[in-house]
Design a protein around this ligand. Structure first.
Ligand code: MG
Ligand code: MG
Length: 253
């Protein structure tokens, strides 16, 4: 069942979204060779709790950390670790969620540790972010939700990459994951009609090689089936009477 949020609820989601975005920005600035992914987790947890919010992911179905840190061939849900030190050229996806007064924001970015290791890695990150923007551009009142995934797929596959099919965007707000599920591929003109009060997380995961994935023995970390690189970008968007509003927008890029 799709839960449409009241303007008062959207105000709280805005606040959660701003806190989430601030944590993402602080992480992007903090990333450097030699630090561990657990160090990054500490940065995000302090930022979120310092703003009076709670990490959405910690304890979610037993997830042990504040953020997901997914490196190189890891797609999503990587677990921060003191043992994993960042090295120059790593491609790092950071996924952050914060809950403020019971309402969630959810956002992800992919960055390089230092310089991109290859032209294809650099292109992958740019195209994945472009695909998110193309998806968000379809969140027009009166449109249909499958228009989003169709636009994402066009951009990603048009650049020669593939779109992960095993994981999708979702409604968000009162819970981290709500209906509807929003696939990153498929035919346009289907699914629920986009209307004010809808709040969604759009999150394309784009791979250099096959779209197929598998889950590691830790039962969380999702990796590409062929070991090739993957990137992930996500924003939380509220549909208001004035149209879509990216509540996790960052002040600098
Ligand atoms: Mg997320
Ligand atoms: Mg999400």
């Amino acid at each position: 069942m799709i839960i449409l949020k009241s303007p008062e609820e959207i105000d709280r989601i805005r606040r959660a979204g701003r806190i989430t975005a601030a944590a993402v920005e602080e992480l992007m600035e903090a990333v450097k060779p030699g630090m561990s992914t657990a160090d990054l987790d500490d940065v995000a947890e302090k930022r979120i709790r310092g703003a009076g919010a709670i990490p959405s992911f910690k304890g979610y179905r037993g997830f042990p950390a504040t953020i997901c840190t997914s490196l190189n061939n890891e797609v999503v849900h990587g677990i921060p670790s003191q043992k994993r030190l960042l090295v120059e050229g790593d491609l790092l996806s950071l996924d952050v969620g914060a809950v403020w007064e019971g309402y969630h924001g959810d956002s992800a970015v992919t960055v390089f540790v230092g310089s991109p290791p290859s032209d294809v890695a650099e292109k992958l990150v740019r195209v994945t972010e472009d695909s998110l923007e193309a998806g968000i551009a379809q969140l027009k009142i009166g449109g249909r939700l499958s228009d989003v995934g169709h636009a994402v797929q066009q951009v990603a596959e048009g650049a020669g990459f593939s779109v992960v099919r095993d994981y999708a965007g979702h409604g968000v707000g009162r819970a981290l994951h709500e209906d509807p599920q929003i696939s990153n591929y498929g035919e346009p003109g289907r699914g629920p009609v986009i209307k004010p009060g809808l709040v969604v997380a759009i999150e394309p995961m784009v791979n250099v090689g096959t779209w197929r994935t598998r889950v590691l023995a830790d039962r969380w970390t999702v990796v590409t089936a062929d070991g090739e690189l993957s990137a992930h970008f996500e924003h939380t968007i509220a549909i208001t009477d004035d149209g879509p509003e990216i509540v996790t927008a960052r002040s600098s890029n």
